[in-house]
Design a protein. Structure first.
Length: 157
C-alpha cells in the first residue's frame, strides 16, 4: 500500500502526542545539563512564530526559552523546535501559493546571532528579500547572512 505524502499543513497539524516534558537524557546531559526538556507540538512553535509583528524578530532560541518557561522545563528541545519551525515555514509558503495572505511570518524567526535560515523556503535569498521588505538590513559575514543590529529588533515571547 502506498502512503499518501502529507502536505506541510498536515504535518504542522499532526501533534504526535506532543507537547511532552521528559527528563534530560544521559546523552543530552553533556550539552544541556540536568533537568527536563519540553518537546513542543508543531502548532505551538507556529503560534509563537505568528506572534512576531512586522519589523520585529525572534530567534529559535527565544522560542525554545519561551516553551521551557511555559512548561516549567529546564530547556526547550533544540532538535524538534528547529524542525517544527521549518515545517511551519513550509506550511506558510504552501498557504501563500494557494493565495492566502495571513500566513505565519516565518522569515522573522532567525538562528542565534541574527543568522538567516538556509532551510526556509527560498533559502537565504528568499528570507533576505522578505526581511528587507520589512526594513531590515541583511549583511554577509563569511558564509553566513545575518540581520544587521538584529538584537535591536528582538522581542521577548
Amino acid at each position: 500500500m502506498v502512503k499518501k505524502k502529507l502536505s506541510w499543513g498536515e504535518k504542522l497539524a499532526d501533534s504526535k502526542g506532543l507537547p511532552r516534558v521528559e527528563k534530560i537524557t544521559e546523552k543530552m546531559r553533556k550539552t544541556w545539563g540536568t533537568g527536563t526538556v519540553v518537546i513542543p507540538a508543531p502548532m505551538e512553535v507556529d503560534e509563537m512564530m505568528r506572534r512576531v509583528p512586522k519589523g520585529r524578530l525572534v530567534t529559535i532560541n527565544d522560542i525554545r526559552e519561551a516553551l521551557a518557561k511555559k512548561y516549567n522545563a529546564t530547556i526547550g528541545c533544540p532538535m524538534t523546535t528547529g524542525i517544527f519551525a521549518w515545517i511551519a515555514a513550509n506550511a506558510a509558503e504552501e498557504l501563500r501559493q494557494r493565495g492566502k495572505m495571513d500566513i505565519t511570518p516565518y522569515w522573522r524567526t532567525l538562528k542565534t546571532g541574527g543568522v538567516l535560515n538556509e532551510k526556509y523556503p527560498g533559502g537565504v535569498e528568499g528570507q533576505r528579500k522578505l526581511l528587507e521588505a520589512e526594513g531590515h538590513t541583511v549583511i554577509q559575514k563569511g558564509r553566513k547572512h545575518l540581520v544587521a543590529d538584529s538584537e535591536r529588533s528582538l522581542i521577548k515571547l
